[in-house]
Design a protein around this ligand. Structure first.
Ligand code: ADP
Ligand code: MG
Length: 262
């Protein structure tokens, strides 16, 4: 059984994520490389946070820990008040299935499987019956902005933006309260990036899902309500974003600019 977080104050109960002094050392021949050097922050239920930092700063390492794909070398991680920093692989897998949806830069779709099949995959692994799988995948694909005409296309017949929508839909099928996106717009043009970010903003605002968006680009981070900056495995800044970008407005402006071009 995982321990409950110490209830220091009423505030602690509101945190979905509460990490305290997390470190991660990758072992190598020269004794190991410390990718995270004591990282602490909290994220409330329903927040939209960006974690921004240059390449090699420890973002993906942090995301793997937040997503229960890996455990820290030291420190504590309370997810919904439950200490998950010392769970076994199997227990971590249960937590991921229950609560977390992942969107990666490298999409990880099966190229020759249809859109619908790609979206149902996590449910096959979770042992959900076929009829329910199709219903849930259909709802997720529609929520991610993919229209029904594309459901039977193979993913190698889709545009970059459509592929990323399938990846978002796949992250949504287990109805996660937490969505972790690691450089989700890394391979996309500006317009498609705004569409994808708009989908995240909608899922956050209308469905109250907590979003952690990992990026090295300030323009992308500006879509979050709060920006945590990481550098060399240390948090160097954690601030409210006073210039939050609305993806739908940005898209409108982009469309107008494009329509004026000869
Ligand atoms: P980011 O996502 O910000 O680019 P990462 O978290 O992927 O950064 O990597 C942080 C540092 O840890 C880098 O110096 C990287 O080379 C190192 N690192 C990442 N994964 C491993 C690993 N499995 N083994 C050894 N070193 C790693
Ligand atoms: Mg990375």
């Amino acid at each position: 059984m995982a321990a409950e977080a110490p209830r220091c104050c009423e505030d602690c109960k509101k945190y979905m994520i509460d990490i305290r002094n997390i470190t991660k050392t990758y072992k190598d021949d020269s004794g190991g490389y410390q990718a995270l050097k004591g990282v602490s922050f909290t994220i409330k239920d329903g927040e939209f946070v960006a974690i921004m930092g240059p390449s090699g700063s420890g973002k993906s390492t942090l995301m793997h820990i937040l997503g229960c794909l890996d455990t820290p070398t030291s420190g504590e991680y309370f997810l919904d008040q439950k200490d998950v920093s010392k769970l076994t692989d199997e227990e971590l897998a249960d937590i991921r299935r229950e609560k977390i949806g992942f969107v990666f830069q490298s999409f990880n779709l099966l190229p020759r499987a249809t859109v619908l099949r790609n979206a149902t995959l996590p449910l096959i692994y979770a042992g959900v019956p076929e009829k329910e799988r199709e219903e849930r995948a259909t709802a997720s694909l529609l929520a991610a902005g993919l229209d029904k005409d594309h459901f039977n296309h193979k993913s190698n017949q889709l545009s970059g933006g459509q592929i990323q929508r399938v990846a978002i839909a796949r992250a949504l099928v287990n109805d996660p309260t937490l969505i972790l996106a690691d450089e989700p717009t890394g391979n996309l043009d500006t317009k498609t990036s705004e569409i994808v970010l708009g989908t995240f903003q909608k899922l956050n605002k209308e469905e109250n899902r907590t979003i952690v968006l990992i990026t090295h680009e300030p323009d992308i981070a500006e879509h979050a309500e709060r920006i945590i900056m990481i550098r060399d495995g240390v948090i160097v800044e954690d601030k409210k974003n006073d210039h939050r970008k609305n993806a739908m407005d940005a898209l409108d402006r982009l469309e107008k600019r494009l329509s004026k071009q000869p």
